[in-house]
Write a protein of this length. Structure first.
Lengths: 345, 268
């Protein structure tokens, strides 16, 4: 019996048959399915063009600089959020954890008088411990990530307020390194902040780790199908724990960027950024069901939200309309994702 | 250990044959008051296809789970190449060379074919890039994946960078079987490999099983499909009420006989 010549004419091959019958719309869906970052890229380009037409000031160097700086903090939170969502989880505590880390850093560097390097290190430690707590709740206590991080959201917030007694630490009271992330330098007329560069560094690092290491493949596999991953010899709990730990470390970085951006550490600013980070991830084409998406999509998603908010306010619309627009964007993005996922038949 | 003991084989043909690649003796597994396995013996010899058949609840799945590390038997022993082994996890069985293709296939749909073949045993780049930065050798793994698929005669999977979710059921099965068969595995266990497939795709999977056997890899196949079993198997282990009711061959018994033994209507 000949073994290799089994698939005879094309109309007998299900795959080829499938290809032949596809309409242009289905073909587009197939392309979007293969490249999850494509649809947010198209939306970003369109929105930049439209807002540019609506108002000349949109393209002003000062405005572009403002957009990037506004995106820096949420964008960094969204890197951490992407990792968690890729494993089919969700992290509601990113905002409050970042605030906690920023308060610890700021107080260590100001009232406690620790050297700034040590203060940053302490913030990183807080991020790792808190991320580890989230990870332990999900892996050891088998809590759904939504519930685990809903709990830690409130816990981190309460600890922050107790620890800081509700007081803001001003940038002027801290060593220069603490607010270094807010310093800017010109790149072709546009002033870019160090914080934006650090954010891009986080994206690059996570993107390379996801695409080029076994760990990255395992993150996708765990999000895709936990049981399949386990049967393939992947230690699912170890992967999940490492994801929450990495998220904690990235959130400590976000805390530093936030201090520079605000030129202060405040216990009241940023807790609600958890929803903005989820918004960025979802608009960026990462599936809430896990296993599908890229951090580059998330970066595009964060930029889309930034461009929408900025463009609408330049167009003279009330801030409430910005929120409305972002809400519509989320729903459209998830609907699009659902439609794209139907390729799986 | 008394590995040299005369094997208490149920099949007299086997006395002259080599040491079993995989052997189970007196396996017992209970779930509360339910007896899943009640002292099962099983032998798998080099280069053969052994089918396991049995009615629902006869203990086929439990037997396979014990052999592949997914369950730990309460009593009895499992030997690989005549040496006793104690599997606590599926990874242990895998490390001993026993690869399983589960009915659910255990593939990651969004990852491509090459990534799935190497899932859980990725190959890193040589030198600093691999050892310190832990970067995987993507090109090397893709090349090796292509080679493995070619050697197994799976010609329908040309592009190993295609996500598995874009494949048909038969192609996914082929990926799962290829993953189990590649990398020098000692035994391949297939759980209902043709259950979800059409006629033509089933044929391809059976062809794949033959290719494996011809490469010298013994195969255990669990199936409900009698024609498939009788087409592919060298020997058939009939499981009934938690025990091995008989070990027959397609030459010595007919399908009707097999069903009769399976249901208890006849003795072996």
């Amino acid at each position: 019996m000949s073994t290799s010549t089994v698939p005879a004419p094309a109309h007998h091959d299900p795959a080829a048959e499938f290809l032949d019958r596809r309409s242009p719309l289905e073909r587009a869906r197939g392309v979007l399915h293969r490249y999850p970052a494509l649809s947010p890229a198209i939306v970003l380009v369109l929105s930049v063009v439209v807002f540019g037409f609506l108002n000349d000031r949109f393209w002003a160097p000062g405005n572009l600089s403002l957009i990037t700086q506004q995106v820096a903090v949420v964008g960094t939170l969204a890197v951490a959020q992407t990792l968690v969502i890729l494993t089919a989880g969700i992290d509601l505590s990113v905002g409050s954890l970042m605030v906690l880390a920023s308060m610890v850093m700021a107080q260590a560097a100001s009232t406690m008088g620790l050297p700034p390097y040590l203060a940053l290190g302490l913030g990183l430690l807080v991020g790792l411990v808190a991320g580890g707590l989230n990870g332990a709740l999900v892996t050891r206590f088998k809590l759904p990530p939504f519930i685990a991080t809903l709990g830690t959201l409130n816990i981190f917030l309460a600890i922050t307020l107790l620890y800081s007694r509700g007081a803001t630490v001003r940038g002027a009271d801290m060593p220069a390194l603490m607010t270094w992330t807010g310093t800017t330098f010109p790149v072709g007329g546009v002033r870019v902040s160090t914080g934006v560069l650090l954010m891009l560094g986080a994206y690059l690092l996570v993107a390379l780790t996801l695409s080029r290491t076994a760990w990255g493949k395992h993150v996708y596999a765990v999000g895709d199908d936990k049981d399949a991953a386990r049967l393939s010899g992947i230690s699912v709990n170890r992967v999940l724990l490492s994801v929450y730990l990495s998220a904690g470390a990235i959130l400590a970085l976000a805390a530093w960027i936030q201090i520079g951006r605000a030129n202060a550490a405040s216990p009241n600013v940023g807790v609600d950024m958890n929803l903005d980070s989820i918004t960025a991830v979802v608009i960026g084409g990462t599936s809430l069901f896990g296993g599908r998406g890229t951090v580059w999509g998330t970066l595009l998603g964060a930029l889309i939200v930034g461009v929408f908010r900025n463009g609408l306010s330049l167009a003279g619309l009330d801030v409430l309309y910005q929120t409305l627009a972002v809400g519509v964007l989320v729903i459209v993005a998830v609907s699009l994702d659902q439609w794209i996922r139907k390729v799986r038949k | 250990m008394t590995t040299t003991d005369a094997t208490t084989a149920t099949d007299s043909n086997d006395v002259s044959r080599a040491t079993p690649v995989l052997q189970a003796r007196g396996l017992v597994k209970t779930f509360g008051r339910v007896v899943g396995l009640d002292g099962v013996d099983l032998e798998l010899f080099p280069g053969e296809v052994l089918a396991i058949i049995g009615d629902n609840g006869a203990g086929k799945s439990t037997l396979i789970k014990c052999l592949t590390g997914a369950e730990i038997p309460d009593e009895g022993e499992i030997l690989v190449d005549g040496k006793p082994v104690h599997f606590k996890r599926p990874q242990d069985a895998r490390a001993a060379g026993i690869e399983t293709v589960y009915q659910t296939l255990a593939v990651a749909p969004s990852l491509d074919i090459a990534s799935n073949l190497f899932l859980g045993r990725e190959v890193r780049r040589k030198g600093f890039l691999g050892s310190v930065l832990r970067i995987t050798d993507r090109a090397g793994m893709r090349e090796r994946a292509r080679r493995e698929l070619r050697e197994l005669g799976i010609s329908t999977l040309q592009d190993v960078t295609v996500p598995v979710e874009n494949l048909s059921g038969g192609q996914r099965q082929a990926v799962a079987v290829a993953r189990a068969a590649a990398f020098g595995s000692k035994v391949v266990v297939l759980d209902e490999p043709t259950a979800a497939l059409g006629v033509r795709e089933s044929g391809q999977v059976l062809e794949l099983v033959r290719t494996l056997r011809d490469k010298g890899v013994p195969v255990i196949i669990i199936s409900h499909n009698m024609p498939h079993v009788f087409e592919i198997a060298d020997r058939i282990h009939v499981q009934r009420l938690g025990r091995c009711a008989a070990t027959i061959t397609p030459k010595s018994h007919s399908m009707t006989d097999a069903v009769a033994i399976m249901t208890g209507a006849a003795e072996a």
